[in-house]
Design a protein around this ligand. Sequence first.
Ligand code: PEP
Ligand code: MG
Length: 320
Amino acid sequence: EERAALASWSGPGATADGKPVRVLANVADGESARSAAGQAPVEGVGLFRTELSFLGRKDEPSVDDQAAIYSEVLEAFKGAGPGDRERYVVIRTLDAGSDKPLAFANMLDEENPALGVRGLRLSFDNPGLLDRQLDAIAAAARATGTETWVMAPMVATVAEAEAFGQEVRDRGLKAGVMIEVPSAALLAHRMLEVVDFLSIGTNDLTQYTMAADRMATDLAHLTDAWQPAVLQLIAITAEAGRQAGKSVGVCGEAAADPLLACALVGMGITSLSMAAAAVRPVGAQLGRVTFDQCEDAAEAALAAHDPMAAREAVRAVLQP
Ligand code: PEP
Ligand code: MG
């Protein structure tokens, strides 16, 4: 029965009582974008990790080369998706450094690359790098006509969000920032005074909240988005979005967990972006529960003292 429900679910993303939730895919390049777009319920891209297109390169790709790559991804999501909702693509500017170093962008030696010059911080010393990428994104958006949102990774201050938002809006695109650092989550309401949307990267938000390396397998009990402190920061961010009437998505691994996804929606999260293969299970699970149940799940998760208790509490609310 469960399998039949999975196979028959065809979007658009919504709870059983019709509260819309965008279900989006994380992609790395044109090929993964086309593959994701071919899976019927995928309603756009919530995270295009642009740095993954350039991992092997020694030199910065030209604006034209970049525009060609971005156009491939935008092209795959032209026009309307399930339920006639206009599809859109959220492009993340280079998140180079730490677990994703780029030869042309990062310093060779940093004592602590996860706490170093990575993500948006690269543009402090080399503003041209971001300018050229934004020019390429704007050109690709014009060429394809696909709705294009642009966000910055590793934002820690409102001033960074403001400067980035200005650059993006000057090019006629919708601007957002990722919430991956606790400082940014705590100030989500102020971030939303200077940008159009937020997207929570739960992988890094968990790493930086718990002070536990996301790559360290022996710290898996800490690098768990069900940790109460992480859930609190997500709830603060979602509530800021609700108050401002702006979109707040989740694009880390947490969005791919069907039970957690429901609790996130109950907190006020408006879109979930994940590996394309997870879209169907998450969408099907959302379609089985009401928004009231999602709110109860959020409350239960936030009241729990540890990840295991949070999971059990949410399961009890959603699968009584
Ligand atoms: C995250 O940190 O949760 C995220 C989505 O970005 P990445 O995994 O690429 O660091
Ligand atoms: Mg991240």
